[in-house]
Every structure is written in C-alpha cells, then in structure tokens.
Design a protein. Structure first.
Length: 270
C-alpha cells in the first residue's frame, strides 16, 4: 500500500517506518496518524516482520510532534467536520499518537532511530519504543506547556517511569529539551552515534534481536510490559499469551536442537 506522509518497507524481516514530512520537521497531522496506525496494523499481522525501525526523513528532525498549524487550520474551516482530539490535540485512532503510543498489544520490538529533534509527540513516540538509538545532534523534550498543552500521549506518564521523578519533572515542568549525550547518561537512549551511522547502528540492534527466536522475543516483551505493574507474586503465577504461543512451537524445538548440534538456529516464527 502506498502512503503519502509516511514511507514503509519490509526488508529481511525488518519493517522500516519513516515519518516523511521533512518540510515541517516531520510534525504529524491527522492524515499522518491514520497512515501510521494502518502501518502498525499491517506490521502486527505480517509474519515476515520481526522488528520495526521507526525514524524521520531528513537530517533535522525525527519529529517535531503534533502539527499545530495543521490542527489550527483545520479548525478554522467552516465546513470542517468535528475532529475527535486525543490528549495532545491531534486526531488519531486506536494506536495513539504516531501509531504506537497506546498500542498495548504490539509485541514485536520497536527501535526508534532518532535522527534529530524529537519534541512533544515525537518524543512520546520515542518513549513508546523498546530501544532508542540517537544521532549525536538529537534533542529530546516535551515543550507542550509552552503552547498551553500537556504531553498527553503518554509523555507525562512514561517519562517519570523511565527516568525517575526528579529528572522527569525537571524536563516536564521547564519544558526544556535535553541533548543525546544527556539522554544516554540518564538511560533514555541505548546508544548515541553519528548521523551517518544511525541506521546501520539501528539495523545492528535489529539483527542482534533477530538472532533470538521471534516468538521468544515477543513473549519476553509481552511479559515484561504487562508484568510491570503486577506484584512479583502475581507476575510469577501468570501465564501470558505469548508464552502459550511459544510453547510447543517449531522454534521452541529448533532452539535446543540447534544448540545441541552446534549450529545457528533457523527460526521460522512459528
């Protein structure tokens, strides 16, 4: 399927999502959210997709977040249909801002390759990813209070959970961004690299993930995310759906067999 505001392609089990509005620093409007939700729906159902890498077009920005100009223009049209707005003020459907911020059942790994500014909703997309690789010139922040909004696509909730309360509140209440080096030091990103090496580094991480069983990876992500708010007693007695899908699968047989035969496993994802 062709998309206008996002590009999507699948190569070697990796789904590449590129936010493609560089003329507005990859800010997202309602139509872009529709496309992103469709892409994540497609990726979730596609057995050939094992890992997602999401990035932005160009060298300036991953995403500047919500396209406030597009939202304002749409609201001024006399014939405009009422738009259902999410917490950050942009029209979107089930997967949340950028297609991933409220997609609770997406168990395939998401790697964010942050190629520049990740502001507001752009940073919230990053916070909703599993692994983050940042170019060394990247800036990350939640500036919504400076335009009378709050980071309601998960930012004000995910940031304290991932960063700790004092540093998170410092970012949230001042609305000031941090640079990539600080984000690495604070544990918000996994690796910082040059812009030229950004995608190769993200692909290296993806390939390392794909050395593992895709069913085991999905089961692991599901258990880690859903178990985060459970007590240890509860989580240890819960059998998550991913574990059930993994149990008895061809990959579960292949893993120990390949180890015993001293050869790389041939994963099938089933």
């Amino acid at each position: 399927m062709a998309y206008e505001f996002v590009t999507y392609e699948v190569r070697d089990h990796i789904g590449y999502i590129t936010l493609n509005r560089p003329e507005v620093m990859n800010a997202l409007h309602a139509a872009a959210h529709v496309e992103l939700n469709a892409i994540y729906d497609e990726a979730a159902e596609d057995a050939d997709v094992w890992v997602i890498i999401v990035t932005g077009a160009g060298e300036r920005a991953f995403s500047a977040g919500n396209d406030l100009k597009a939202t304002a223009e749409a609201s001024r049209r006399p014939d405009a249909a009422p738009m259902r707005l999410g917490p950050s003020g942009s029209g979107r459907s089930g997967g949340g801002f950028g297609g991933n911020t409220t997609r609770w059942d997406f168990v395939k790994p998401i790697i964010a390759a942050v190629n520049g500014w990740a502001m507001g909703g752009g940073f919230e997309i990053v916070l909703a990813a599993d692994i983050v690789i940042a170019a060394d010139h990247a800036q990350l922040g939640l500036p919504e209070p400076r335009v009378g909004l709050l980071a309601g696509a998960g930012g004000v909730h995910r940031l304290p959970r991932q960063l700790g309360m004092k540093r998170a509140m410092g970012m949230i209440l001042t609305a000031k961004p941090i640079d990539a080096a600080t984000a690495l030091d604070w544990g918000l990103v996994n690796e910082v690299t040059s812009l030229a090496d950004l995608m190769p580094t993200a692909e290296r991480w993806a390939k390392e993930i794909m050395e593992c069983s895709p069913l085991a990876i999905r089961a692991s992500k599901e258990a880690a995310m859903l178990g985060m708010h459970m007590s240890m007693e509860e989580v240890m007695s819960t059998r998550f759906e991913g574990l059930e899908r993994m149990t008895g699968s061809e990959d579960m047989v292949e893993g120990p067999r390949a180890f015993a035969e001293k050869r790389p496993p041939q994963w099938k994802g089933r």
